[in-house]
Design a protein. Structure first.
Length: 440
């Protein structure tokens, strides 16, 4: 266990203080974002996330003997000590990391040295910088920061769920199942980790997107600026996720615009023809763009490292390489998506530590079967393609699943990266066409 993790009297005092502040925050959130359908499940949803965040920390600290959580916290603690000893140097490091000058440029024996791989890896170090802000204001209270991050993740989930219930008429049980009580999502996306930060930022960005698109009555420059800032933060933490969040918005906007032609079939079909043509050209442009090639090249490096580097142990799966050509990407797409969403399966020999994920994959397989064969699947699919939020969710899930399935190789990495897409995948599988139709 990291030497920077403790539970002293001061830590307990700070934890109690922030616990009181969080409960005051709960009162404000419940009053500001009220929902008669969801309110009875407010505290159980929060407690579920907090418990899994603490479980995540306990498993990695005491049962697995460490991991990324140690590295992130050690780095954040060094940054906090840098702030305490030299605030000017801290803000200089926060703004720009000068790797050409070496790690000792800002860090020394007083501050301690962050783990080398965290400091060298830009996206991981950016995550550590964000976590360090909380480490500073909590006197490096590990458990307090865990509580704060899990609470932030819950509040953003609540905010999105209330809007989906009120504006999109999504059923209470669907929202509870997708946004509050998915064990793997609460485990990986509620504590001290990059995935937790990305999950919270992504849900908040989606809320801002749809507030601009349809949920609010007027356009807000402040909200647009907030969306741009959130997208920038997400890009700095995981490049491809920023594209996965931004690209579907264009399709959602087109779907929103196309609804104006309801009742005018000629114009509606003409609009769909133009939209389809635009999608084909857009897909061709995106596939052949330099940014896509850079993302694929980055994924190939990650994939190769996980496959060949002996320090990355654990259960692995096979995935062919690609040069990034459109034909190869299309050929790999079904396999990568299937792998991301439905593996590890109960047939994969991955060990007892993945039992929860295997059961989760089995449940998802049943939900897919239920979607396709129980009820009118064509009607459900039609609703997805004609409904802005569901269409957005579909494209988002497919992009994230492809990148996760293609680049992860390690099951331990796969189940972590795919977790951000699972709530939206479950929303797609559980949505009720009759409820959605009432909003159109």
């Amino acid at each position: 266990m990291s030497s920077n993790i403790s539970l002293s009297a001061v830590d307990i005092f700070v934890l109690v203080i922030y616990g009181v502040l969080i409960f005051l925050g709960h009162r404000w959130v419940r009053k500001r974002y009220d929902s008669k359908d969801l309110l009875p499940y407010y505290y159980s949803g929060w407690l579920f996330k907090v418990l899994f965040a603490f479980l995540f920390a306990l498993v990695y600290l005491f049962f697995l003997g460490g991991g990324d959580i140690n590295a992130y916290w050690d780095g954040a603690s060094c940054l906090a000590d840098l702030f305490y000893s030299n605030p000017e140097a801290y803000f200089s490091e926060l703004w720009e990391t000068k790797r050409n000058l070496g790690i000792a440029y800002h860090f020394n024996g007083t501050t301690g040295f962050p783990p080398g791989w965290i400091w060298r890896e830009e996206e991981a170090w950016n995550s550590t910088k964000i976590i360090s802000l909380l480490a500073i204001i909590t006197n490096k209270g590990f458990w307090t920061v865990t509580l704060i991050l899990s609470t932030f993740a819950f509040w953003v989930s609540w905010l999105l769920a209330v809007q989906l219930n009120a504006k999109e008429s999504m059923h209470r049980n669907t929202l509870l199942s997708a946004l509050f009580f998915v064990p793997s999502v609460c485990f990986w996306c509620s504590g001290i980790s990059k995935d937790s930060l990305l999950y919270t930022l992504a849900l908040l960005l989606i809320y801002q997107f749809f507030s601009l698109l349809k949920w609010k009555n007027s356009f807000s420059i402040r909200r647009a600026l907030m969306a741009a800032i959130l997208l920038w933060f997400i890009y700095s933490l995981r490049h491809y996720l920023a594209y996965a969040l931004a690209v579907p918005l264009i399709l959602a906007w087109m779907s929103r615009y196309g609804s104006r032609f309801t009742g005018r079939p000629v114009l509606l079909w003409l609009f769909r023809l133009v939209l389809f043509t635009g999608l084909v050209f857009s897909f061709s442009f995106i596939i052949n763009s330099n940014q896509t090639r850079e993302i694929i090249a980055e994924a190939n490096v990650t994939k190769s490292d996980f496959s060949q580097n002996p320090i990355y142990s654990g259960a692995k799966y096979d995935m062919p390489f690609t040069t990034g050509s459109p034909g190869e990407l299309l050929a790999l797409f079904p396999l990568a998506v299937f792998t991301a969403l439905l593996r590890p399966s109960i047939l994969d020999p991955v060990g007892a530590s993945y039992l929860l994920n295997q059961l989760e994959s089995l449940l998802l397989l049943w939900l897919i079967f239920r979607f396709l064969f129980l009820g009118n699947s064509l009607l459900r699919l039609r609703r997805i393609l004609s409904h802005e939020f569901l269409l957005y969710s579909l494209i988002f899930v497919l992009i994230v699943a492809f990148m996760a399935g293609y680049s992860s190789i390690l099951y331990g990495v796969l189940v972590r990266i795919r977790s951000i897409a699972l709530p939206f995948f479950i929303l797609l599988l559980l949505h009720r066409p009759s409820a959605i139709a009432s909003t159109e």
